[in-house]
Design a protein around this ligand. Sequence first.
Ligand code: TRP
Ligand code: SF4
Length: 531
Amino acid sequence: MTGDDPLEESESGDPTTGEPLTDGGAAGADDVALDPWGSSSVSDYRKLFEEFGIEEFDEVLEEVPNPHYLMRRGVIFGHRDYRPVARALRNDDPAAVLSGFMPTGDPHIGHKLVFDEIIWHQEQGADAYGLIADLEANSARGMSWAEIDEHARNYLLSLLALGFDPEEGELYRQSTNREVQDLAFDLGAEANFSEFQAIYGFDGETDVSHMQSVVTQMADILYPQLEEPKPTVIPVGPDQDPHVRLARDLAERMRFFKVSEAYASFELEDDERALVAEFYERLDPVEFDDDDLRCVHVAEALEETPLSELDASADTLSSVLTKLNEAGMEPVRPRTRFFDRRATDDAFDALIDAIEGEKRVYESHVDAFEIDRAEAEELAREIEVDNGGYGFQPPSSIYHRFMTGLTGGKMSSSIPASHISLLDDPEDGYDKVKAATTGGRETAEEQREKGGKADECPVYELYAYLLAGDDDEFAKRVYDECVGGDRLCGDCKEQAAQLMKDFLAEHQEKREDVEDLLENADIELESPRRR
Ligand code: TRP
Ligand code: SF4
């Protein structure tokens, strides 16, 4: 999230472990809309996996060195391509973490999830970046610069109070980061309006500044790689996934070379390549009275095979046959291809020189016969970086669940009772928790008999997401006691309210302690802009 209107219902936990389910618990019938500027709601997390291709975090959990409790408890439920980041953290290789905050209101307990995620990655050795999305707040939310400055300060104080180290990491605001603006301009050359229309629903009425804030966010996401390419994770709510996908695409489009596998001089689509690969393995040139297996031979063999025996559509078959027949007597030989996407002439020449072993040079690609795909990827990046390119790695992301509002339904910045601001008076925080809806039963007797519904309880969520801290035993105990009927809501809320009050008091004290740290940090706290 990190949006203005963070988040929405979280749902069922796993009744056996007491941990929030990663598959989304109760299935909802609603559609899932991922809108960075709307009020995103996720009624069914499973759809994010099925429809959007977000992967389940549980599947990479084992690869993460001493995982954060938000990871262990399934609050961080999904990711895109997190493995390279986990690997870099394990091996103490370079890695980065970056997230951004629109300064539209007070930081609250939903933002705390993201602060914690940034800080945890920093503690694991990643270069950490926290940015204030002031351009976006101004263009997409109409915030004045004075309001932005005030809110920005509050976000930054909380981030520092929770443990972000500004000497090791970097803080910036979009409007004053010249490198980000320059990169945004370059990235903008790789995207066009139709694409923004398709991704974000922009239309003829959309402000140009709003579009500029999108390319700025793309630049934010790639900024940690300006000096050198490295695995980078963007911790956000799933509403930001459209941005992540576009940033991954743009990172790819900026690359000098595209590495692929080929079997002859022509290009193959993935499904076509699979067919050719299969026949290349299976066929022997002797069957065709030849020393080499040639394109026409494969075409012939494909034509003799009934479509039902091929793992391909009729369209795939016909297009691959056309290509094979056009290539005629050209031998079929597996090779690694470097396609020149936007390399300079010097870079292209340098690549040709650097390829070892047999190679064949064409107008806009080079085929290498003695290096494999992984080596080729590495070489392509090296040549690109040495010749003035960025060599971006596609950025990774992790997604956390939206928190349920204390009043039930959505947690929303516009409903004060539904959320707890990190600036709330500790007594007010106490009162809000005491007034929260619960997953409790009508009567104490019923609760003792059937147990409470911790999975539907915003108070339980407070324990799991925040109040239990790193103490898994504690979180589990609350859960077990609740569902086992040994815990009654009155006492449970009293305990949570007290913990919340203590947390807020302590956090606010730390905010005061880090005032100086913020003054000395390398970030402009006051915008010179007007209005
Ligand atoms: N768009 C984000 C939001 O709605 C803020 C943001 C700007 C951001 N740049 C970013 C988030 C880069 C993650 C990474 O709050
Ligand atoms: Fe929620 Fe606690 Fe009541 Fe269980 S006992 S339903 S966790 S408030």
